[in-house]
Every structure is written in structure tokens, then in C-alpha cells.
Design a protein around this ligand. Sequence first.
Ligand code: ADP
Ligand code: ASP
Ligand code: MG
Length: 420
Amino acid sequence: MALIVMKFGGTSVANVERIKNVARHVKREVDAGNRVAVVVSAMSGATNQLVSWVREASLLHDAREYDAVVASGEQVTAGILAICLQSIGVSARSWQGWQIPILTDNAHGAARIKDIDGRKLLARLNDGEVAVVTGFQGIEPERQRLATLGRGGSDTSAVALAIALKADLCDIYTDVDGIYTTDPRIVPKARRLSKISYEEMLEMASLGSKVLQTRSVELAMVYKMRTRVLSSFTAPDAMQATSPETWGEIGTIVCSEDEIVEQQVVSGIAYAKDEAKVTLLKIEDKPGVAASVFGPLAEANVNVDMIVQNLSSDGKHTDMTFTVQEAELPRALEVLKGVQKEIGYFDVKSSADVVKVSVIGVGMRSHAGVAAMMFKALAAKGINILAITTSEIKISVLIDANYSELAVRTLHSLYGLDKE
Ligand code: ADP
Ligand code: ASP
Ligand code: MG
């Protein structure tokens, strides 16, 4: 029998009725003889509510107290699920991050897991008890403070716990029945993939497909953890108990590239709406200018993504455009205003009405022309490209936000991803 980690996201635990449904999924596995550690998110909407209370209290708040507040959502669901399991005859207890412990660094609000000591938990699993673990949180050992892992972090909790427990499989239950070629809520013709490579999923996640948190995919890739995405809304008794033999029959498996037989050139399309564009007008066209712009931004911890520098028409001045996370735009503008004299630009313009659309596929390594096709199709729809970045397995374009759905749909059809 297998040792499995089952993770349930916000919509799957949105109320007590749904948590009872989750308990039945867990019971199915226990009845089949599997040892089970469950990782839960907060009820959907709960974390947003907690974050907004913190912001209402003060926009400039102590990050440690932010974590103390926002980690509480998971504590509620872990306790409720343990109660629901006990009431259907399944031995279970809840575990908070510090009780295991899950140790993190001190980057409060976006902490990284450093280590998980799985021994105490494993001893209880071996006694036949289900462990219900709070996702999204750990403890920073130096100050002994609660730390959270960044939004969507319960996925990372699940994969990290699976690695620490040397679990056979890590199942991420959510509100869709797998990973699709693009967000199925935007493109009804999106197709479920039965497998996707770690590399592609990593790009999809970091380019905006929030179905898995990026760090969870990184961890799964490094440790080769067998990870699957599937739906908690399938009736618990309509599903077979999990076993390594029948594992690939439902949902989507994230796995190594060489396990995928039929490789597409493009596997998926992602989009990210939380981008903002900054343009510096009339900066001097001379060596050292880029460093004078991006140095201060880096010092202020502003991540810059796409960069375009225009050709200079007079040989003296040029415009420079780049993107940052929308949430970091106010800070970026403040930094740039502070160093306007040193950089010597004329004016700065910004807009958050932009979206980054990306096509992803390991097949691009061996196929030319994917980008040209993309640009031509977008042009035919009258969509203007503001910036471009590429890597070996992806092409991203920045476009006006009004065109995001049209662009995603157009590209989805273009690369033959529409379901029949
Ligand atoms: P959970 O609360 O279970 O963590 P999330 O909302 O974080 O769930 O992730 C699931 C959602 O991700 C889906 O409802 C879907 O709208 C969205 N999503 C975005 N891109 C994809 C994709 N390529 N495949 C599947 N779902 C996607
Ligand atoms: N509850 C946290 C969030 O909403 C973590 C998670 O759901 O993965 O971001
Ligand atoms: Mg999520």
C-alpha cells in the first residue's frame, strides 16, 4: 500500500459540507490501506479577507504580524477536517506548521521551506492515523515566528511534505479535473492534458497559470516527486482508491519530459494580468544607462521582467520600456523619481492595463517558426505587441489588456490545441 499526500485547495474546502466531501475522499484512501497525510488550504475567500483586514489596519504593516493573521485560515480548515474525519470513524488529528515542524527562512509573506522533520508525523501515520496539515505556513526558527509561503503556497506545502515523508505520490485536488492547455474558465475549448513535463508546468505556473504555485513545481522537478492534479468534485465513491498502478488514469500527471510519448510543439498557453508597464522617455543613449535604471530597482527589490530599449533616432536619446509586477508599480515609480537626476530621463509613463500572454512547449527546441506564426496571427487580429521575451521553450508577448482573451483564444486555435 502507498503513502500518499492529498492536498485540497480553497474551493474544495469552501464550507463544512465540502469539507465533509473531502473527508470521504480521504476515507476512501484509508479504507484501501493507504497511509495518508492531507494538506489543506483556507476556505476560498478566507485568505483574501484576512489580507484585506491587515491592509485596512495599516498599509505599512509588520510582515510577521501579517503572517500571524493570514496563516489562521488554514488552521480552521485543518481542525474542521480532522473533526469531520473523526465523525466518520477515521482516526485523524490536525497539525500546524510549528508542530511538525516545517521550518522556513525569514522572508515573511513569501517564505521558503528550509526543512521538514517528518519523523513525528510519520510515526502517527504508521499507527494508522491521518495527519491533517495546515498548508501555506511554517515556522521561522530563529525568532520562532509563523511564516507564510506566498499566495497559493499550500501546493508547495503539499509537495514539500510529500518529499519529506518520501511519499509515493502527491495528489493535488482542486476545482478542475486536471491541467489544461490553457485556463478552462477562459477558453471553453481548452483540452485536459494527461501528462505535462515539469519544465513546461514550471513555465506555465510562472507565466500566470495559477493551478499550481511555481515553487511547488520547482520542488517536484528537483526531487522527481510524482505529482498529479485532479478534481475533488468527482464523487468520492465514484473514484478508485489511489495506487501507483492506476495512477495515470485520471487527472494530469506532472512528470519528466521523456515519459511523454506524443509531444506537441506547443503544449499550453498562459496569461498574466498582474503586469504593469513603465516607459522612461528620452533617456540618454550611452553606456551605463541600463545599470543606472535597473540597479536602484533591484536594490529596492523590484523585479523587472521584460525590457525593450528603442533605437535612438538622434543618436543621443532613446525610450526604454520594461514591466514589473502590478503590485510593485508604486514602489518602482517612487524609486525612479528618486533617481531621475542621476539617470537623466525626461518623463516616466506607466500603465497596468497590459497582459502578458505566453505560449509554452518543449517542442519549440526543435521546431523553428513558432514565434513568427504567433506574431502573424496576432497582427491579423489587430493586436499590437508592446514587448517580447523568449526562452528555449516559451515566447511571451505583452499586449493591451483588452485583447487578452482574444489573444489567448486565437493562439489556442493557431497551435491546434482546441478540443474537437
Ligand atoms: P485551489 O484553490 O484548489 O488551489 P486554484 O484556484 O489555485 O485552486 O487553481 C485552480 C484554478 O486554476 C482553476 O479553477 C482554473 O481556473 C485555473 N487555471 C489556470 N490555468 C489553468 C490550466 N492551464 N489548467 C487548469 N486550471 C487552470
Ligand atoms: N490560502 C492561501 C491562499 O489563498 C494558500 C493556498 O490556498 O494555497 O493563497
Ligand atoms: Mg491554488
